[in-house]
Design a protein around this ligand. Sequence first.
Ligand code: ADP
Ligand code: MG
Length: 393
Amino acid sequence: MAKLTLNDLDLKNKTVLLRADFNVPQDADLNITDDTRIRGTLPTLKYILDNGAKKLVIISHLGRPDGKAVAKYSLKPVGERLGKLLGEKVLFFNECIGEDIKKSIENSSERVVLLENLRFHAEEEANDAGFAKQLASLGDLFVNDAFGTAHRAHASTEGITHFLKSAAGFLLEKEIKYLGAAVEDPEKPFIVILGGSKVSDKIKVINNLLPKCDAIIIGGGMAYTFLKAQGKEIGNSKLEKDRLDLAKSILENARKLGKEILLPIDNVAVKEIKEDAKVEIVGENIPDGLIAVDIGPETVKLFTAKLKSAKTIVWNGPVGIFEMPAFSNGTRSIAEFIAGLKCVSIIGGGDTAAAIAKFKLEDKMTHISTGGGASLEFLEGKILPGVAALSEK
Ligand code: ADP
Ligand code: MG
């Protein structure tokens, strides 16, 4: 990677401004229900503090307050949790810009400061240059560790880099390393698994990765539009009628390129999508009145036989409605099989990552991307503005 990273910076006596992704889930009483995102940033924070930085000023967004100060989206509870995790007091300010903040930071005895939600100001998402400049004035160096917002050109991801030397934090660096290698120079055989509910969400990923991969395995809701395009009966399974021609052209394009596209050859089907529905295993033609909710056992065999030789696997989108235990076997079987392989395995997509977490296989994957939308755009071959804007080495 030609971008500056944390290791390239001289942090001695510097005030480091860090863009984190502290967009954590909370319950109705604003208790943080999952602090994975905060814990994920700790190596970056500790490195900065252990390498001589004078101050660490952290900025982040939380939720969608749409440019107004909304109490329930305050980062204050995050500051409290962060302090516990770091073992050091975190000073919280209920603003993120202004002369007062700057002076207070300089005069504070705490080394770590967390500022209030950036999105309380509409200027953040508008990438307002004046706002970016005010943020930049709070530090000597900028470090971005928020991969989840790197696909958006906001003041704290893009604008700010025009005013400060800017580097990737460890989390962002890892994302770029693994996703970048998979997209640019994957070790072959390179096999892509796509699933999830809609073809339309994944078209650009298919177009970008088809020429680069050896095979694409398609499961989940999107598979049935492809099966229909091949003339199969799909019963009441998920169908995007307006994408049928597109599915046909993708299949045709794959044939021309000599790339294999594997589709389900059997399915778990139900009359109604509900937890206790009676399930039936049907072939690649799904009878009228039935909805395919998961891939069947023969398909698991077909897919895993293909995956066996892979050196690189990118997986985006569950192959069934894994949220319901009765329909989670396909996704679980694929996940368990990949977990046992010696290959680079990259998981992109929020729901796929949630499935891997549910099956407790997180440690068995090479990389689980933390940014749903950002990882999708990366796999689509797009340049992420927050990454592009970082200083060159
Ligand atoms: P990711 O977030 O990993 O990119 P998506 O958002 O594209 O994944 O898709 C995830 C959703 O796809 C899940 O909520 C899952 O229930 C749904 N899904 C998977 N298989 C099917 C299916 N056969 N029919 C309908 N929806 C499905
Ligand atoms: Mg999703």
